[in-house]
Design a protein around this ligand. Structure first.
Ligand code: C2E
Ligand code: MG
Ligand code: MG
Length: 616
């Protein structure tokens, strides 16, 4: 009470004094609010994050993180953390957390984890006192604080994990630990900091970073959370990336209650991928997959029956546990075998069975990025009655949707027609129309990418001297070389695209800053093809003698490649025309060099790549 007058400032405190901090602790003036974390998969609440608040009327609301930084500076973070954890457990229990099928996320400063006082099972005791199972508690460790003793830290984490707690890295991407923290903690969850989520639709750099972070975490088997979602556009993009869990003011703000609200399942539209009619998206199975609401294994069989009964077009329902697909229930066989049955008593006999009793575990499952042609080949490998069943699509191993065989056939036909419209007859590579649509779709999606414009040098005199037939062989040979370098596994996606502009000009689209290496490989590959193109003697000489159009005998250099690269990360463009203009500019600069050369446009400045020039 000795501080009472000083503790009731009329203005919001901009800094937290030691006195205020101690007073809040001594008078137990802190409480917990809860913000829901939603599952992208079903829109339901997956967990609640406990966030500390000062009880009403004590001080005007202020930035609560200042409390934690002050406690850190004053060396009393462990006491503050423990009180906050106790509040979180007790308050959650009072609000009926146990009845909810959810996790409780509590923030813990790394320093507290390794604090001697706190390794002796205080958290266990608190959780037990409040009746909260450890398996439903996720310890969120912020990445914002530097860790001095990684060994001790790692042992503490293990100590908690062994006893059942789950571990999350909070504020991922903005702190000290980064990838080192990831490899030491091997967390169950990673929360991507809201700095990256904020306006990621407007900043390609953030867009690509979040995509990359989610991909890496998924590869490591880590569940990803996006925090700080404030707009529909942000929600759409993080959902498209397959980020598993969603949190932010746009979905729900923290409140003194444990909310029960669900959100509409993000991205639940007929097309899961946004650009159904571009070349890239029509190539992969994910672009034509439909999000059919899955069934859980424990659901009554009658739920499956009702689903088929209410939709004549539903040909199959996937059965999913967590994110994993356990099997499919194909319409016709389900109705025949389980609802009608061999003697007509199927309905009566199956009434009390569950979905897991009838699911078919032998079904075709493919990743969203698989090209449709590959899927067709896999279907042809299937035999018997399941040949025409819907197939299941996953993204990073998690359920995404289903595809009917009829949709797959449509997509293949559509693609053939499109290709027939635009493909180069000589190389079979997509032509100008496709290239343009591809570039426009990438620009519209605000994705950063590199465009390489490749032009064969001295092709005209080659054609005149060696003849059209050999000229065609060169064009086809170089097209194959580019394909082999850019798409070594035969898969093409939007970042491994090869197009034939016409004549001796090609285009490659690749991930930002990956193109120089690719182009260097293409140049090296061409060097190996030169003996076949020119003959051994000319290859050794490095040139050949031919009469030019004025009848003059002159020495003509061997074939080489001039390559201009524009990275949209460095030179943001808003239209195809703008990009084409920049690409022609750098290609012209490359043409001025003797032999093979790569010239890049970096931040609007044309730069010659010396290593490439040297290698040429
Ligand atoms: P945090 O753990 O990253 O918590 C998320 C913060 O982001 C919360 O702020 C939350 O209210 C806020 N937030 C949630 N959605 C949005 C959104 O869409 N937009 C914006 N702008 N903000 C959003 P809060 O409660 O002020 O907490 C700030 C930080 O203080 C927390 O960051 C955490 O580091 C720390 N903190 C809060 N409570 C505790 C606690 O009990 N223990 C510990 N150790 N730290 C805590
Ligand atoms: Mg947190
Ligand atoms: Mg955070």
């Amino acid at each position: 009470m000795f501080l009472q007058s000083a503790l009731l400032p009329t203005n919001m405190p901009t800094t937290v004094s030691r006195e205020l901090l101690l007073h809040l602790l001594d008078t137990n003036s802190l409480t917990s609010w809860f913000q829901p974390i939603f599952s992208r998969q079903n829109g339901e609440i997956y967990g609640y994050e406990a966030l500390t608040r000062v009880r009403e009327g004590i001080v005007p609301p202020f930035d609560i993180s200042k409390l934690f930084s002050k406690a850190q500076a004053e060396g009393i973070i462990a006491s503050l953390d423990m009180q906050c954890r106790e509040n979180a457990f007790c308050r959650a229990a009072e609000l009926g957390f146990l009845k909810k099928n959810a996790y409780l996320y509590v923030n813990i400063c790394p320093g507290t984890l390794i604090h001697q006082d706190h390794r002796g099972g205080i958290t266990d005791q608190l959780a037990e006192d409040c009746g909260i199972p450890k398996e439903r508690i996720v310890l969120e460790i912020t990445e914002q604080e530097a860790i001095k003793n990684y060994d001790l830290f790692q042992r503490s984490i293990e100590h908690y994990r062994k006893r059942g707690y789950k571990i999350a890295i909070d504020d991922f991407g903005v702190g000290y630990g980064g990838l080192k923290m990831l490899s030491i903690v091997e967390p169950d969850y990673v929360k991507i900091d809201r700095h990256f989520i904020d306006e990621l639709d407007r900043f390609p750099f953030k867009y690509n970073l979040v995509d990359a972070m989610a991909t890496v975490c998924h590869k490591l088997g880590i569940t990803v959370i996006a925090e700080g979602i404030e707009r529909q556009e942000e929600l759409d993009i993080v959902s498209q990336f397959g980020i598993d869990l969603l949190q932010g003011y746009y979905l729900e703000r923290p409140s003194p209650q444990l909310s029960d609200q669900c959100i509409p399942i993000p991205g639940q539209r007929s097309e899961v991928y946004d650009c159904p009619d571009t070349l890239t998206s029509s190539c992969v199975i994910g672009s034509i997959c439909k999000q059919v609401e899955p069934l859980a294994p424990a659901e009554p069989l009658m739920v499956a029956f009702q689903r088929f009964h209410s939709s004549n077009s539903l040909q199959g329902v996937p059965v999913v546990a967590g994110d994993r697909v356990m099997g499919m229930i194909p319409r016709m066989r389900f109705l025949e075998q389980h609802m009608i049955g061999p003697h007509g008593y199927g309905y009566a006999l199956s009434r009390y069975r569950t979905v897991k009793d009838v699911l078919e575990p032998d079904f075709l499952v493919v990743e969203a990025t698989t090209p449709v042609e590959k899927v067709v080949a896999q279907i042809q490998g299937r035999r018997g009655i399941s040949l025409y069943d819907d197939l299941c699509v996953t993204k990073n191993g998690k359920y995404l949707g289903t595809v009917a065989i009829s949709s797959l056939l449509d997509a293949i036909t559509q693609k053939s027609i499109q290709l027939a419209k635009g493909a180069s007859p000589l190389t079979g590579l997509p032509g100008n129309e496709f290239i343009q649509r591809m570039v426009v779709s990438l620009i519209e999606q605000k994705v950063s990418f590199d465009v390489c414009y490749l032009d064969i040098d001295d092709f005209k005199p080659y054609n005149d001297y060696y003849g059209f037939e050999k000229g065609d062989m060169v064009i086809k040979g170089i097209a194959k070389l580019i394909m082999d370098v850019v798409q070594p596994d035969g898969n093409n996606d939007r970042f491994r695209f090869v197009g034939h502009i016409g004549g001796d000009d090609f285009i490659v689209i690749s991930r930002p800053h990956s193109s120089q290496q690719l182009c260097q490989k293409i140049i090296d590959g061409l060097h190996h093809l030169l003996p076949a193109f020119h003959g051994e003697r000319e290859f050794i000489k490095g040139c050949y003698q031919a009469t030019d159009r004025q009848g003059q005998l002159r020495s003509i250099p061997l074939l080489s490649l001039s390559i201009g690269i524009v990275s949209t990360e460095d030179c943001p463009v808003t239209s195809y025309g703008e990009l084409a203009f920049l690409a022609s500019g750098v290609k012209r600069a490359a043409k001025l060099k003797k032999g093979s050369a790569i010239v890049c446009n970096r931040r609007g400045v044309i730069q010659e790549n010396s290593s490439c020039l040297a290698a040429a």
